[in-house]
Structure formats: C-alpha cells, structure tokens
Design a protein around this ligand. Structure first.
Ligand code: PLP
Length: 573
C-alpha cells in the first residue's frame, strides 16, 4: 500500500487524495513508515508540475535571458517575464514592474535594507516586532550599525500576539520603516498588518511585510493592503529554492539606488558613468535563477488552481484539530495561542520535561517530520523563556489522519518518557589511561553497531547515565551556546594533580547528553596536555559524526569540543 493510500482523507471541500498524488515525495518511507511531512514552514514539497517545469526548462528551453536574439533566448525571456506577470496578478500588484525577482525573502529584505535604508541618518528609527524571524532582524541591525539608526520593537504578550496598544507610542517622526511578519513562523500568529500599515502611514513611515509564511496560507492583495514592500520565497509556496520576490511600490523602487551592480541592470556603462535600467531590471543584476522562476510560475498555477481560500480553510481545520488533540495530551503545552493563527502549531513537553530535540528525533523515528529548535526566532524563545519548541506546520497535502498520527505518536513518546526508569549514573571520570584509549573503544563500539538507529540508542543510554551536574554549576559562564538544546560544561583541576581535569556537563536533551557523555568518557580525568594533544577531528570523523551533519552542527558538538579544549588550555596554565 502506498503511503498516500495508507493516509486516507476526510476533507469535504478539497480532493486531498488527488492533490497528494501530485507530490512524488509523499510516497517516501522514513524508517519504514509513510512520511508525514509537517515541516512546511521550513519548506514545502513540490508538485509534479513544478518538478516537470524545471526539468523541461533544462531539457529543452535553457538559454540566458534578456540578452540573446536567438530563438531559445527569446523564448526563455518570454517564459521568465510571463512568470513576473503571473506573480503580479497573483498578489494583485498594480504593475508587473513592481515585481523584483530575488533569491528569497531574506534577499528581498536585505535589498530593501541596503537600498531604501541607504539614506537613513543617525537617530532614524526602524520598528520591528517581537515575533520576527532573524531574516527580518539582522539586515536591519546591519543597517543600524552602518547608519546610526535605532531599532525599536513592538512587544508581544504571552499568547504570541503583538501588543498593538504599544505600537502608536513607538511610532514617531523619526520612524523611517516598519518591518513585520504577516504570519509568524514560530508561533503561527497572524499579525494585524493592515492596522500596522494604516498607523505607520499616518506617521509618514513606509512598511515592509515579511510574507515568507503568509504567501502559501492565505490570499494576498498588496494594493488593498497598501503594503509598500512585500517579501516572499518561492520554496515556501510549492516552488523551487533560490527564487523569491520583492514587491515594492513603483514610486519607491524608482527612487531607490541599485542594490547590486552587474550585467542586466544597466542602461549604459562607460568608465566615467553608468546609467541604470528601468524597473524591475535595475534590481536584478546578473543572470537570475531562470529555472527557479519558471518553476515558481508552475507553483503559482498549482496554488491558483486550488484557490488560496480553499487551502486556508483546509489548513484551518487541520490547525484546529491539532490544537484540540495536542492540548489533550497531559504534559504537552502549545506555544502560541493567538486568537488569529494559521498553518503552524508549536509545542513543548513540560511534564516530564523533554527537550524539543528529543521529541523531534522520536517523531522522526515514526516517520513524522517536524522542526525543532528556535526556528530562527531566538527573541521569541527568550521572551517566552523556553529554549526551543517542536513545530508542526501544515500544507494543503496534509490530512486530519496525519494529525491523528502525530498526536498518537506524541502521546506514546510522552508515556514512554514517564515510564523510563532512572538509571544509575556512571562514574564521572574516564576509566581509560588516555583519551586515545577511550576513543578507540568508542570507535570500535560504533563500528560494531549496524546503523544510526542503534548508535542513537547507545548515545541515549550513555546520556541517561551521565553523572548529574549540581544546579549551582548551571551558570551562564558554564553555558555552551550554539546548541539547539541547553548545554552546560564545567571544568576543574583535580586537587593535588599537576593538570588532571575533571569535567561535569549537562544537557536538557537526552541525545545531546549522550554526546556529552561520549566526550567526557574521552576527556574527563585526563591531563590537560593529553586533552590538547588529542586529535578530536579524527575521532569525530571515525565515529562518522561529521557525516551526520545535522547531528554534528545542530547539537553543538563542535562547540562542546572547542569549549573542552579551551578549558584544558586555560587550566593547563
Ligand atoms: C517569517 C519568515 N521570514 C523569513 C524567512 C526566510 O526565508 P528564506 O530563508 O526563504 O529567505 C522565513 C523562513 O523560514 C520565515 O519563516
């Protein structure tokens, strides 16, 4: 039975089964189970029509655009420019010249910050909101550093709604731009963007809307909204990666300096003076992602064929169903309970406390793909005093039955955690004569285990036996940053020794505790000299952890090794 057949649908308005049949990847099995893909806020899967459009382009239509008189170039140019028109119609822009192709939302925002922001003066103000993605924070911080402008932030309440009563007080005659997300990727909050635009315009400020998430979840009319700039990415709306859009009002774009220089954005070039092309080409230097554009056109056709209102209605049902089921699981807490929400449900397991990373890995073992971490929204996590959430985000091909499976898997995961017997901690000190001896034993054990599932099990086992770290040592100074979970590491020279170092460490994620335990087995109780002489790169490579890059990077293993070496160097004197 195919995965899509196994997941029957109950939706009345859309024929979800025939929609699912258009997505080849949905037939994939993960760990032998049908894939349930709930990581749509990170990127959506692609329908056959998009995959075919990109393939067809490379197979029979490929040529550079805007510069050849030969037939293929003219046809490629016409196809690419047709997509621009299609996007203008799709978002109801007044003029196709207002559609600038970019690499995605991030580049669209950077373009506005670099170009529109180039005239900002010291003391000018940029207003952001508390729910922003890093993509809508960092470009403005870079601009503020360059120009002396100041950033002000619309706060949010515990539900994840913007404190709109604060907004008028933040606006001033110095406000140059307000940049806010239409739909929050971490909490699912729909922000009151129409109101924000109205109030900002009344104070003479322009508004950029980060539509990375909204674009696939609800209809958009940029003229009715009166947005000055609107940014989105193709890959979040069933299109390819590496292509996105900046919508901007023509009068604003016309007055802005170019963002990047190069071919295709000029009118004439001499060594003395260059004049620039008219919109939209002024902002499109160099050969663009032509295939991506063609694919995005097919994606827009796909979405328009179903209707964003229908997609929104279907996803609202999924969200309501998920909210009900998840809120009924003891120990699970939904993060983000705004009255206006779409597409996204974030949650944490409080009782027993489980790291989002562990929840994500266990759901993955069931074939369920959710995102874990801070979702590029660290200020949101800090505001809510949580390190991370697990997040399920929906697309048109998801079904109520998939949500049922998520809820039942989560229920099982939480129950298993409740039932987990406490383990006797292992001794804190490595029983080995040298880091190499410990490493060799670990490498042999890893080699003996057949697959990553067994290795994860071993790591989990090691993590459960990690000696406890006293609460008093869980300080900011001992915190190892750069990890998806919370990690502390403490080092102390053993009294009466020249440079023997004992380490204690903790992580709230079992899998990371396992990695920490593995490291302490190698390093703890060894001399600083031996620690510094140990070839950690070769060790990690031999374990195969460098190949499992998610494991390596996202867990901060790299950062932990660096910290251990830094502590050894410090204590060695
Ligand atoms: C709200 C929001 N803004 C911006 C981005 C950045 O999008 P991209 O990585 O496609 O540029 C994302 C991606 O997750 C997002 O969710």
């Amino acid at each position: 039975m195919s995965a899509s057949a196994a997941i029957a649908t109950t939706d009345k308005t859309l024929d979800i089964e025939s929609i699912r049949a258009q997505f080849p990847i949905l037939k994939t099995k993960i760990h032998g189970k049908p894939l349930i893909y709930f990581d749509n806020a990170a990127t959506t899967q692609k329908p056959r029509s998009v995959i075919d459009a990109v393939r067809r382009y490379y197979e029979s239509e490929n040529a550079n655009i805007h510069r050849g008189v030969h037939t293929l170039s003219q046809e490629a140019t016409a196809a690419y420019e047709e997509v621009r028109k299609k996007i203008a119609r799709f978002i109801h822009a007044a003029d196709e010249r207002e559609i600038i192709f970019t690499r995605g939302t991030t580049e669209s925002i950077n373009l506005v910050a670099a170009s529109y922001g180039s005239k900002f003066k010291p003391g000018d103000e940029i207003i952001l909101s508390a729910v922003e993605h890093h993509s809508n924070i960092v470009p403005w911080q870079l601009l503020a550093e360059r120009t002396g402008a100041k950033i002000r932030v619309i706060p949010m309440n515990d539900r994840g709604e913007l404190a709109m009563e604060e907004f008028p007080r933040l606006l001033s005659d110095r406000t140059r731009i307000v940049a806010v997300a239409h739909l929050s990727n971490s909490l699912g909050t729909i922000n009151p963007v129409r109101k924000i635009i109205e109030l900002a315009h009344a104070r003479g400020a322009v508004v950029l809307i980060d539509g990375a998430q909204w674009i696939a979840h609800g209809p958009l009319d940029v003229v009715q909204l009166d947005a000055d700039f609107y940014a989105f990415s193709g890959h979040k709306i069933y299109g390819p990666t590496g292509i996105g859009v900046l919508y901007g009002k023509a009068a604003l774009l016309d007055a802005m300096p170019p963002y990047q220089g190069g071919g295709d954005m000029i009118n004439s070039v001499t060594f003395e003076k260059t004049t620039y092309a008219a919109l939209p080409h002024k902002f499109e230097a160099g050969t663009p992602n032509i295939a991506g554009g063609i694919g995005l056109g097919a994606a827009i056709d796909f979405v328009a064929g179903i209707g964003l209102e229908n997609i929104a209605a279907h996803e609202t049902q999924l969200l309501q169903h998920a909210s009900r089921l998840l809120s009924e699981i003891p120990g699970v807490r939904i993060i983000g309970t705004a009255r206006e929400k779409a597409g996204v449900i974030s949650f944490v397991v409080d009782d027993p406390p489980m790291a989002a990373l562990d929840v994500g890995l266990r759901l993955d073992a069931e074939g369920i793909a959710v995102r874990t971490g801070h979702h590029c929204c660290q200020p949101v996590m800090d505001r809510l005093k949580i390190p991370a959430t697990a997040r399920a985000s929906f697309a048109v091909y998801n079904t109520k039955e998939e949500v049922d499976l998520l809820a039942s898997a989560l229920r099982r995961i939480v129950s298993a955690e409740v039932a987990r017997a406490p383990q006797q901690p292992a001794p804190a000190t490595s029983p080995f004569a040298s880091p190499d001896a410990a490493a060799n034993e670990m490498i042999e054990t890893f080699e003996f285990l057949e697959d990553w599932e067994q290795r994860y099990e071993l790591l989990t086992d090691l993590g459960e036996k990690l000696p406890p770290m006293p609460e008093a040592l869980k300080t900011e100074a001992n915190r190892v940053h750069g990890c998806q979970s919370i990690v502390y590491l403490h080092a102390a020279k053993r009294p009466g020794t020249a440079d023997t170092i004992d380490f204690l460490a903790y992580s709230n994620a079992i899998i990371v505790r396992g990695l920490v335990a593995l490291l302490l087995r190698v390093y703890s109780g060894q001399s600083a000299k031996a620690i510094l002489a140990f070839d950690d790169r070769a060790f990690i490579e031999k374990l195969g952890l460098d190949k499992n890059t998610t494991m390596f990077r996202r867990t901060g293993l790299d950062g932990m090794v660096k910290r251990i070496r830094a502590e050894a160097a410090r204590l060695a004197g």
